[in-house]
Design a protein around this ligand. Structure first.
Ligand code: ADP
Ligand code: MG
Length: 270
């Protein structure tokens, strides 16, 4: 039987800590999924606009942004831009978004604005398989908007001391969002980033995470890799910048781990 037109899977990259690898994972997971033949929309909702920059969208070229989508009700068509990778489109962000929380707080649909924007029928025309939302480093209204809009949330966790500290607050926020607005929100997983196999602390964080969070911790870990940190200054995902690097290999594996879960087994259609 032919499959019905599939809706895109919407996945938020969230962790209220900065510098843990949300943006890096958003960009490179997008590239990994693209290599698997998926069409991906990357939605940058961090006012710092790092994923927009990392995908080569110059600040001057960000005429319409996720601010217009979320705050002003702009259409998808108004804000979507192509990137240098054919399979990946982006809705960029810039500093306009830094006032968004204040501007939407008195709107009665303040937590649903991104959800509503991404669930308009016009999105189907693009044929996206995945929509990845790169969140700001805060449990702000913008991050709540991402969690309400998403099917699942992937949490990058940096392998360092205190890594697990902020996790319980994020888990509470996810629970609140499930209770109030999005009961179907799943935790895609926790992905350990900047993993250094020779480092005792990394081993400790990994052991703690796997002991406490069990199956939620992704099998794939992302190594600390200099090519990963160099790639954004070339406006490329590491998969294009240095396709054979350890970092590129790891993000390919992460994309496969996530995409494999969405393969519908032939028997499950009955
Ligand atoms: P966030 O979006 O959570 O603030 P970023 O993805 O911007 O975090 O990462 C923070 C910094 O760490 C960036 O300079 C990035 O290039 C670097 N970085 C991220 N992941 C890795 C990695 N696996 N190896 C080396 N550097 C990394
Ligand atoms: Mg970021």
């Amino acid at each position: 039987m032919p499959k019905p037109e599939a809706k895109p899977h919407i996945l938020a990259l969230a962790n209220q800590k900065g510098g843990v690898g949300k943006t890096t994972t958003a960009i490179n997971l997008a590239a990994g999924l693209a290599e698997l033949g998926k069409r991906v929309l990357l939605v940058d909702i961090d006012p710092q606009g790092n994923s927009s920059t990392g995908m080569g969208i110059r600040p001057d070229d960000r005429k319409r942004t996720s601010y217009d989508l979320i705050v002003d009700g702009a259409s998808i068509q108004d804000v979507v831009m192509p990137t240098s990778m054919e399979q990946i489109s982006i809705i960029p962000a810039n500093a306009d978004l830094s006032s968004a929380d204040l501007e939407i707080v008195s709107n009665e649909r303040r937590s649903y604005l991104l959800h509503d924007a991404l669930h308009r029928p016009e999105i189907d025309g693009y044929g996206f398989d995945y929509i990845l939302i790169d969140c700001p480093p805060a449990l702000s209204l913008l991050t709540i908007n991402a969690l309400v809009a998403s099917d699942s949330v992937l949490v990058p966790l940096q392998c360092e001391f205190f890594a697990l500290e902020g996790l319980s607050q994020l888990m509470l926020t996810i629970r609140d969002v499930r209770r109030s607005a999005n009961p179907d929100l799943r935790i895609e997983g926790i992905v350990l980033t900047m993993h250094d196999r020779r480092n005792r602390l990394t081993a400790q964080v990994e052991a703690d995470a796997r002991a406490n969070m069990g199956e939620l911790v992704m099998r794939t870990t992302i190594p600390r890799n200099v090519r990963i940190s160099e790639a954004p200054s070339h406006a490329l995902p590491v998969l294009s910048y240095d396709p054979a690097s350890k970092g590129a290999e790891a993000y390919r594996a992460l994309a496969r781990e996530i995409a494999d879960r969405r393969k519908t087994p032939a028997t499950a259609e009955a």
